[in-house]
Design a protein around this ligand. Structure first.
Ligand SMILES: *Cc1c(COP(=O)(O)O)cnc(C)c1O
Length: 368
């Protein structure tokens, strides 16, 4: 049996006709730039996230960067985020000329440890960027209380959390703005790059709209030095089709996670915990094991693909040595980086595949 880590083909096949029709519609209209599908998708995605505005852009990284710029964050400013995240989180901060300030993760939920937040705030801090990692929301009430107290902007990195809920509210709806990615393997993925900024703030929405489109308010009238970072119309048409299925796909992921949690009973493996405030969407299903290399090789030899999210913490990446955090700065992040493994997780995963993965994991753990 072969169990891939993700299977984009299975999903593509299940919606093929609808997607082809949607794409044909764009070709028919030839409204390739900021066309009708972009506008409709923005409305639909805003409604889905239970927010006022959504502005489509060309990637999740752009969404983060433009949200920061729209809040006037730039050189000399500090933005607090976590050491265990995908590098795009901090790249977006760096792209604006601001400085990422890192804190460690909570050992239980793998997200930003809110208890460490206040000590990281300085006179230069302008914003906090929580990352809803693996699809589980950060404890937003605690975070927002601190942000309000210190008058900081909150820009959520929701790139892994489309549809997740925190105390009943959608991930991405609590901060000043949030960024989503439509990278193909995300819970809502395009057939190429894409991203979106969501916000309830009219000014932020207006700024992002200008920034993504040459800084213009109307054609050839340029209010600011903007960029070309628009969401592609064809991608928007595809995303409109896929958005209709997102809740079902997330429900499937939830079912798979519950099954993994029930079946993975060996005490040599640490399974993920759901916080009582969270309704996660399981972008990734991450466990911890000793002996990770052997574990991954053992599974690979039996046709099971796994991943690591992420093997090298941000502060130990060559690109970020200039931040000056020595090894040992973030003990939880660093120790987890050596033991975390992501198991196969995608909506179309079958119960048989999950059982096969679990059987092989138990075999490995029993024999070592
Ligand atoms: C995928 C991802 C991004 C970046 O999205 P792109 O669309 O690839 O630019 C940012 N943050 C996190 C946490 C991600 O997982």
């Amino acid at each position: 049996m072969k169990v891939p880590f993700v299977d984009l083909g299975a999903q593509r096949d299940s919606i093929q006709e609808e997607v082809h029709e949607a794409m044909a519609g764009v070709l028919q209209r030839t409204d390739f730039i900021l066309g009708q599908s972009v506008k409709l998708f923005e409305e639909e995605f805003a409604a889905y996230c239970e927010v006022k505005h959504a502005i489509g852009v060309d990637s999740g990284t752009s969404a983060l960067e433009l949200a920061l710029r729209a809040c006037d964050i730039g050189p000399g400013d500090e933005v607090i985020t976590v050491a265990n995240t995908f590098i795009a989180t901090t790249l977006a901060i760096s792209c604006c000329g601001a400085t990422p300030v890192l804190i460690d993760i909570d050992p239980q939920n793998y997200n930003m440890d809110i208890n460490l937040l206040e000590a990281a705030i300085t006179e230069r801090t302008k914003a906090i960027m929580p990352v809803h990692l693996y699809g589980q929301p950060v404890d937003m009430d605690a975070l927002l209380a601190l942000a309000n107290k210190h008058n900081l902007k909150v820009i959520e990195d929701a790139a892994q959390a489309h549809g997740a809920r925190y105390k009943g509210r959608r991930a991405g709806s609590a901060g000043h703005a949030a960024a989503f990615s439509f990278y193909p393997a995300k819970n809502l993925g395009a057939y190429g790059d894409g991203g979106i900024v969501v916000t309830n703030d009219d000014t932020i929405a207006h700024n992002v709209e200008m920034l993504r489109n040459y800084g213009q308010t109307k054609k050839y009238h340029h209010q600011m030095k903007g960029f070309n970072r628009r969401l592609d119309t064809l991608q928007a048409a595809i995303l409109r089709v896929k958005l209709k299925y997102l809740d079902q796909w997330n429900a499937n992921r939830r079912q798979h996670a519950t099954r993994y949690n029930e079946l993975l009973t060996h005490n040599g493996i640490v399974t993920p915990q759901v916080m009582d405030y969270a309704e996660p969407v399981w972008h990734l299903y991450v466990v911890r094991v000793d002996n990770r290399e052997n574990f991954q090789n053992y599974l690979a030899e039996r046709g099971i693909s796994t991943g690591i999210h992420y093997p090298i913490p941000i502060h130990l990446q060559p690109a970020y040595l200039d931040l000056g955090y020595p090894a040992g700065s973030f003990p939880i992040t660093e120790s987890y980086a050596d033991t975390i493994v992501s198991l196969p997780m995608f909506p179309e995963l079958t119960p048989q595949a999950i059982e096969y993965v679990v059987e092989n994991i138990h075999q490995f753990l029993t024999n070592t």
